[in-house]
Design a protein around this ligand. Structure first.
Ligand SMILES: [Zn+2]
Length: 627
């Protein structure tokens, strides 16, 4: 009798172990949590500080119902897809076809906006005000399709990449090494890396493996900020069928073993990128039920409208009335993109997830709201700088430029810890219009309150020669003058005509660096604990004007500068039909039907452009100053 019991126990234990083992093999498909923990271990205090701050912001955002206020606005997310390959022909794994890559973008929009195949879903159907758009301009101002194919042949890691792909803790090329070569500034672009293998596994050969991972905001992403997808798990090829099996199908998030027309891996990883946790977050690797939480930010997924469950409860199909192993209720979690479920079951995101995503694009990823990286290149971009910026102290810090305000425009970013030490924004943020021989004010916020004090220097490459001369330094801060997180008010006078290149975008460089109370910032090309951000400024831009039928000089405006009323003298023989005022960033701030005067009383001081539309599609644009 005893013996039999023991045997039974052994069998039970064996079955139990087999079950756990097979789950462990099957469910480790997203490496986000694992990599976050690795980053956390490097500096737990800084990691926890950043995450706690973001959770507090998110909680407050939900309490104040900010999401509903900003719900009218759609945030465009300019996306660059870096396809990393070893020279395979386009369309051959892992150098996936354009049709497959763009199918992922279309699906991301359907998933996040709850449209297309996801419209009208029963369980999770909260539409988000985000739109994924392929970038049209590179960091340097040259054109891109938003799909960048990179052949690593010739790189020191080429054969390691060919054999094992990228490492997510296992074998393969270190992602920091790889992405250093293929990385666009993470404030203005969402970087997506399409890789051959992760930890040496090609899921297409029937092996289970990691399909992707992403960086949540505030998790020391640096040059890794973005998402990684296994080449077969990003989008699908709509031309795939049993009669055309050569076309690559998509690979299901739940099981890499069968073709899918879904895009679950990318939908899931972008969710992480926009600050969503797994629906089973806090289950201690499937061993306990996560805490029930009514507030955003508790030790679960931060979403009160998703019932706590274990990751072992994520089998698709398999929902039933008592399917949830924590609550005994329905396990509708399998329909949520942030579960470890499968493409056929995924339908969408919850309302609380929507709030978290909106908080992310109004918080740590707010630069997308002003990014113009999805616009085609326009005008002449600043000359490239011969000296590539370098960082002279190892490690990543909470220092750096956080905010630059000039002529009524504000550009936001995060610390070096998040963004890396150099952001090139000359083409991805709007160009700032400057006026010659004019006192110009810039406000810079550098450093994070309570951390290192940061000095701030500003240069403008007036002669556009790709170097920053001392004479081009418009502001230099003095040692011991800085207070971390406090606004630095900068005032300088722009040169007279002749002291700059006219009608040409020029590089403005904002540098913040550790105030060691002994010396000024060493130069314009390196930082220790801080970062460098580049912007475009322009004097006297020529806007696109189609005045073929309006004789030169026929239109004048006065007085200029104007204080209350701007008068328009129209000596042409055409009627003005519409009048529009644009600010220096090209945003329309006022429009009216044809008139010969306009009130400017309500405009803030600064540079504006008055665009007059005439009959027969003619138009004239005039610059004026409100004082
Ligand atoms: Zn995940």
């Amino acid at each position: 009798m005893k013996k039999t019991t023991l045997q039974l126990k052994s069998l039970t234990l064996l079955f139990f172990l087999t079950t756990i083992f097979s789950f462990a093999q099957q469910i480790e498909k997203c490496a986000t949590d694992k990599l976050m923990e690795i980053e956390r271990q490097k500096n737990p205090a800084m990691f926890d500080h950043n995450r706690a701050e973001l959770e507090a912001f998110t909680r407050n955002y939900k309490l104040n119902n900010v999401s509903s206020k900003s719900s009218m606005m759609v945030t465009e997310i300019p996306t660059v897809i870096h396809v990393i390959h070893n020279g395979e022909a386009e369309g051959t794994y892992p150098n996936m076809s354009t049709v497959q890559l763009t199918s992922a973008i279309a699906n991301l929009n359907a998933a996040f906006q709850n449209t297309g195949v996801y419209a009208g879903s029963t369980f999770y159907n909260s539409p988000m005000n985000v739109e994924f758009v392929l970038a049209k301009v590179k960091e340097d101002g040259t054109v891109t399709t938003g799909i960048e194919r990179h052949n690593v042949a010739g790189k020191s890691y080429a054969s390691e990449y060919d054999n094992n792909g990228i490492s997510a803790g296992g074998v393969g090329v270190d992602s920091v090494v790889l992405f250093n070569d293929y990385f666009w500034n993470p404030q203005d672009y969402m970087n997506v890396w399409i890789v051959k293998k992760i930890d040496g596994v090609d899921i297409g050969t029937g092996n289970s493996g990691i399909l992707g991972y992403a960086t949540l905001p505030g998790t020391n992403p640096g040059v890794r900020d973005g998402l990684v997808c296994q080449a077969r798990a990003f989008g699908y090829n709509p031309t795939y069928s049993s009669s055309n099996p050569g076309a690559t199908p998509g690979y299901d998030f739940g099981s890499s073993l069968f073709p899918s027309s879904g895009n679950g891996t990318a939908d899931h990883e972008v969710g992480h990128y926009l600050n969503l946790q797994h629906t089973f977050n806090g289950d201690n690797n499937g061993t306990v039920c996560p805490p029930v939480s009514g507030t955003v930010g508790a030790d679960d997924d931060g979403c009160a409208d998703i019932a706590p469950h274990k990751r072992t409860n994520s089998i698709c199909p398999g929902d039933s009335a008592t399917g949830n192993d924590c609550t005994g209720g329905s396990n509708e979690n399998i329909h949520n993109f942030m579960d470890y479920s499968s493409d056929p079951c995924f339908t969408g995101f919850s309302n609380d997830q929507r709030t978290r995503v909106h908080a992310a694009v109004d918080g740590p990823r707010v630069a997308f709201k002003t990014s113009i990286a999805a616009n085609a290149p326009s005008g002449n971009y600043p000359a490239a700088v011969a000296n590539t910026p370098v960082k002279t102290v190892a490690g990543s810090f909470l220092g750096g430029v956080f905010e630059v305000s000039i002529n009524g425009n504000t550009f936001k970013s995060l610390s070096e810890y998040n963004d890396g030490f150099y952001l090139n924004r000359v083409a991805s943020q709007p160009t700032i219009t400057l006026v010659e021989n004019t006192v110009t004010n810039i406000t810079v916020i550098a450093g994070l309150a309570g951390t290192n004090d940061e000095l701030v220097d500003v240069y403008i490459d007036y002669n556009n020669d790709g170097a920053f001369a001392t004479s081009e330094r418009v502001h230099q801060s003095q040692p011991a003058s800085a207070i971390a997180g406090a606004a630095v008010a900068i005032s300088f006078t722009t040169p007279m005509v002749g002291g700059f290149v006219n009608n040409q975008k020029l590089r403005m460089r904002v540098i913040s660096d550790f105030d060691n109370h002994g010396s000024t910032i060493a130069n314009a090309y390196s930082t220790q604990i801080g970062n460098i951000e580049d912007y475009s400024v322009i004097f006297n831009p020529t806007l696109s004007v189609t005045d073929n039928e309006i004789e030169v000089g026929a239109i004048s405006i006065y007085p200029n500068p104007a204080n209350s009323v701007l008068n328009i003298k129209n000596a042409s023989n055409k009627e003005i039909t519409t009048l529009t005022i644009f600010d220096a960033l090209g945003r329309s701030v006022y429009t009216n039907s044809g008139t010969n005067k306009v009130s400017v009383e309500n405009l803030g001081d600064g540079v504006y452009f008055l665009k007059l539309d005439f009959e027969n599609n003619n138009s004239v644009t005039k610059r004026f100053i409100k004082k």
